[in-house]
Design a protein around this ligand. Structure first.
Ligand SMILES: Nc1ncnc2c1ncn2[C@@H]1O[C@H](COP(=O)(O)OP(=O)(O)OP(=O)(O)O)[C@@H](O)[C@H]1O
Ligand SMILES: [Mg+2]
Length: 254
């Protein structure tokens, strides 16, 4: 029997995470539940230390000790799922590898080699405009270029689920806006499901069709806000955009 395609790409039910530090227990997430439909974008926002990165680690399959139910594409989350890409908070580039090999890393780990690997690396490096930089090391790039390498590495996997941990936070305002637009363009072309962790309320409203607001440590869901106009041309200049940022600011800092 052919299974119907899952409407929800991500389903999280009653997720709690407790880190163990020697004898101490550090609760990081408490009873978190939400769903993200296939092909949509979701922004996760909340104060520092509330468990946003932890939540992405669970969704990516990196962190396996949790309680609750977490489904990706209808199946219990599995490590190294080939179509899930994670961009880490510090980009996760290896300083001793050239740009070209950094971009190929995710493919290598998943056993994609030879012609398919080289074709994909060339395609994504061209897409982010950094093919010329393929023989450089990460230390020879600007922050914005490094971040684009992180994005290229993720896109090389042809992901249907893209998890991004504060990808633009350490960039200057102009570079950040530029990359936010590039991400929006890529999403409009590929329609992968995106989960984006951010500290920026404006970024959440610019890039999230759904915005999940987490409480301070340990993170609980405070509010889930739908943002159907996300992606509309000129949306960030409208009063609706500003009203939503104000609403979110009030939820975060009551
Ligand atoms: N390996 C660990 N052992 C113990 N505690 C941890 C560990 N990793 C994270 N924590 C704690 O769990 C909580 C959630 O951490 P997490 O990194 O998920 O927060 P965050 O929301 O991503 O924060 P930020 O916005 O600063 O990146 C924090 O209080 C943190 O100190
Ligand atoms: Mg974090």
């Amino acid at each position: 029997m052919i299974q119907a395609e899952q409407k929800n790409m991500v389903e999280v039910n009653g997720l709690s995470v407790v880190y163990r530090q020697g004898k101490q227990e550090v609760p990081a997430l408490r009873d978190v539940s939400f769903a993200i439909s296939r092909g949509s974008t979701c922004a996760l926002i909340g104060p520092s230390g509330c468990g946003k990165s932890t939540l992405l680690y669970v969704l990516s399959g990196l962190l396996e000790s949790y309680s609750g139910r977490v489904l990706v594409d209808g199946a219990p989350v599995a490590p190294l799922r080939r179509e899930t890409a994670l961009i880490l908070q510090d980009y996760g580039l290896l300083p001793w590898k050239k740009v070209y090999d950094n971009v190929g890393l995710g493919l290598e780990i998943r056993g994609v080699t030879g012609k398919e690997r080289s074709t994909r690396i060339e395609r994504v490096l061209t897409e982010v405009g950094l093919w010329e930089m393929r023989d450089r090391y990460p230390s020879q790039l600007s922050g914005g270029q490094r971040q684009r390498i992180g994005i290229a590495r993720a896109m090389a996997l042809d992901p249907d689920l893209l998890l991004m941990d504060e990808p633009f936070s350490s960039l200057d305002a102009l570079t950040r806006e530029n990359l936010q637009r590039q991400l929006l363009d890529i999403w409009k072309r590929k329609r992968m499901t995106v989960v984006l962790v951010t500290h920026s309320i404006e970024e959440a409203v610019f890039l999230g069709q759904k915005i999940i607001v987490l409480s301070g440590h340990p993170g609980r869901v405070l509010s889930i806000v739908e943002n159907p106009r996300m992606g509309e041309a000129g949306y960030h200049k409208t009063s609706a955009f500003h009203a939503l940022t104000t609403e979110l600011r009030e939820k975060l800092v009551p």
